[in-house]
Write a protein that binds this ligand. Structure first.
Ligand code: SF4
Length: 253
């Protein structure tokens, strides 16, 4: 059975990046238990006590993976590529609820190995267990590098726009780089240029003579990067003209 088939059998609500805030399952024992239950039911997460022989369990997985039992026993959460043990995830796990009064027999088995976060089934799993969805290539020990939010050439990246739309309820769209040949493009580009360059909020160059983020933002709208206040003023004027054309286009409608 393929990994995607197993994933298709259950709802996986969370696919996290290690750089994001702690997954809820690492902080909420009820969520963790529910998700672990799903992994046990749908993907044979186990065995309960890895230090026992568990012959039937391993034979079943070996048959499914088409390997011998000895090889099957080497395919563990601890070397699965969905097993996340980055420093930030370990921190999440150690900060999270550890079980308390609700500790159950699965948690009571202390020989199941170190905990990590299973990205596939969204729960804290133990390195000496496994499941049918095991994927070679783990564990994941390094943080995923976050995608840059700012485009070094100016403006935001697509990831940056998505980030601010998500976190601040913005409705950011890419700048109009080509001709502003529709009323909507005239309005958007005109608005940007007048807002940013009529009374610029800062200089166009930093103390080392490099263009500032403010100046570079013009490039995100297909405009030359202004070198000084005068060239910024020309951009603002262009913006006002675009807004006039936009207003005229509305009158014609
Ligand atoms: S880490 Fe891998 S082997 Fe372990 S439960 Fe998750 S998918 Fe299965």
């Amino acid at each position: 059975m393929k990994f995607s088939d197993i994933l298709g059998e259950q709802q996986i609500s969370v696919r996290v990046k290690a750089t994001e805030p702690c997954p809820k399952a690492t902080q909420d024992i009820a969520v963790n238990l529910a998700n672990r239950g799903k992994a046990i039911k749908t993907a044979m997460y186990g065995p309960l006590n890895p230090s026992e022989a568990n012959t039937e369990y391993w034979e079943k997985l070996a048959k499914e993976w088409d390997v011998n039992t000895a090889s099957a026993k080497k395919q563990l959460c601890g070397n699965c590529s969905l097993f996340i043990q980055t420093p930030s995830m370990k921190d999440c796990i150690s900060k999270g609820v550890t079980g308390g009064d609700r500790k159950d027999e699965w948690d009571a088995i202390d020989k199941a190995g170190e905990l990590g976060y299973c990205e596939a089934f969204d729960f804290k799993c133990a390195s000496k267990r496994t499941c049918r969805a095991w994927v070679t290539g783990g564990p994941i020990l390094k943080e995923k590098s976050a995608k840059p939010l700012r485009d070094p050439k100016g403006g935001l990246t697509a990831a940056g726009r998505a980030h601010f739309n998500r976190t601040e309820g913005s409705n950011l769209k890419p700048g109009v780089k080509g001709p502003a040949d529709t009323p909507e493009k005239m309005r958007r580009k005109g608005s940007f240029l007048t807002r940013f360059f009529t009374n610029p909020s800062g200089p166009m160059k930093d103390e080392k003579g490099r263009p500032t983020r403010l100046a570079l933002s013009a490039a995100a709208w297909g405009e030359p990067v202004p070198q000084d206040r005068e060239s910024a003023a020309r951009l603002a004027e262009k913006g006002r003209n675009l807004l006039k054309r936009y207003e005229n286009s509305k009158k014609k409608d």
